[in-house]
Design a protein around this ligand. Structure first.
Ligand code: NAP
Ligand code: G4F
Length: 342
């Protein structure tokens, strides 16, 4: 049988790596696109041992002609997974125009190219729970109104609705997965979970004095990235093109995440102080190991996200397997395993 062909934008990112691994196991031919500067950024693909199985192409999401070139070259692509984005919320406040251009209009550029070259291609858009922002319903599902709180989230809202519009206007198989936060050992070091797991392992190796964080009271619905990418594929295998929320249905604060890490690393510590003066000190020597730095606070914060994935459970026959405790264990174990080898 002829191999199916998938194109993944953002192949160098966390989800790009896990999705490529999953599709290769399913015998897909995988074309992965990266922007020119990312050549040295394939550590995730190397870690998974799949770097040599991917066909790499350059595609900067800001350049229409680069996108067109790919769809002209590969006429028989079956599925496109648009994972590329300026994906760090904090950076989007400093770089709102670039974020809109890449994270928002980038999706439109791809859809337009697909429409022109082969509208039969199935398209997956990486929508985000950040779109709910200051939440308007207690549990967020596919019908919850969006209320974005950052240039990143606003860009994702644009990409989300443009995907819906191409589905409705041109009858294209274009869907969005509204994924809540998903983490793994392959998470970028700037995101809070990985910053914490790496920071604590550095502390234990005397390579860091104190970890500085922002709003540790924020709450997220954290799942496991390796598990979530499989749902992206499932959405494209359905008869009907429709959007899905993917979430665990449980939320925890950053402080909870830290405390789970402390247990696994067997660090005895206690919180003292309040607000900006809150600190975590080791109980054996009173050394401060975590403190708050206001520079990590966002101009407008998303305080709480809590997903309702009932539709995915029913129609994709899915339920989350990895809870917070297991996720932290997976991340800490890998952090220790690979520390100093990277
Ligand atoms: P990630 O690790 O930050 O990966 C983002 C990818 O986009 C990287 O490969 C990056 O390349 C690429 N990229 C950035 N700017 C680009 C540009 N101008 N042109 C082409 N490529 C560019 O993100 P992730 O966690 O894997 O997430 C994948 C997607 O899902 C993103 O769209 C993200 O916004 C979305 N999402 C993520 C989550 C989550 O919790 N992880 C939740 C909901 C939605 P470089 O290596 O060169 O930077
Ligand atoms: O880990 P974060 O940077 O992730 P955030 O902002 O929730 O965004 C991630 O998930 C989204 C899905 O909802 C994706 F769409 C997006 O691409 C990205 O993958 O921050 C999580 C929370 C925030 O409330 C932040 O203010 O942690 C808080 N936080 C506290 N101290 C910190 C820090 N975040 C970071 N990155 N660094 C800190 O020191």
């Amino acid at each position: 049988m002829k191999k199916k062909i998938a194109l993944i934008t953002g192949i160098s990112g966390q989800d790009g790596a896990y999705l490529a691994q999953f599709l290769l196991k399913k015998k897909y031919k995988v074309i992965g696109t990266d922007r020119r500067s990312a050549r040295s950024n394939f550590w995730r693909l190397r870690r998974l041992g799949i770097e040599n199985q991917i066909i790499f192409e350059e595609m900067e999401l800001g350049e229409n002609c680069e996108i067109d070139r790919i769809f002209k070259k590969y006429k028989n692509i079956n599925e496109v997974y648009n994972l590329a984005a300026q994906s760090f919320v904090a950076t989007s406040f400093n770089s709102p125009v670039n974020t809109s251009n890449i994270t928002g209009i980038g999706a439109l550029r791809i859809l337009e190219s697909i429409r022109n070259f082969n509208p039969k291609i199935k398209f997956y858009q990486a929508s985000s729970s950040e779109m709910y922002g200051e939440i308007l319903e207690k549990y967020q599902n596919e019908t919850t109104p969006l209320n974005p709180r950052s240039p990143y989230a606003i860009s994702k809202v644009f990409a989300h609705f443009v995907t819906k519009n191409y589905r409705e206007a041109y009858n294209m198989f274009a869907v969005s997965g509204i994924l809540f936060n998903h983490e793994s050992p392959l998470r970028g070091e700037e995101f809070v979970t990985r910053k914490i797991t790496l920071g604590l392992v550095k502390l234990l190796n005397n390579d860091l004095d104190c970890l500085e964080l922002g709003n540790i009271n924020a709450k997220r619905d954290w799942g496991y990235a390796k598990e979530y990418v499989e749902l992206m594929w499932s959405m494209l295998q359905k008869k009907k093109a429709e959007d899905f929320v993917i979430a665990t249905g449980r939320h925890h604060s950053i402080k909870d995440f830290i405390e789970e890490c402390l247990k696994i690393l067997n660090i005895k510590a206690k919180w003292i102080g309040n607000g900006l003066n809150k600190r975590l000190i080791r109980t054996d020597d009173n050394k401060t190991i975590i403190k708050i730095n206001s520079k990590y606070f966002r101009p407008s914060e998303v305080n709480l996200l809590h997903g309702d994935a009932s539709k995915a459970k029913k129609k994709l026959n899915w339920k989350p397997k990895i809870n917070l405790k297991k996720l932290v264990k997976i991340m800490i174990d890998d952090e220790i395993k690979y520390y100093k080898n990277n």
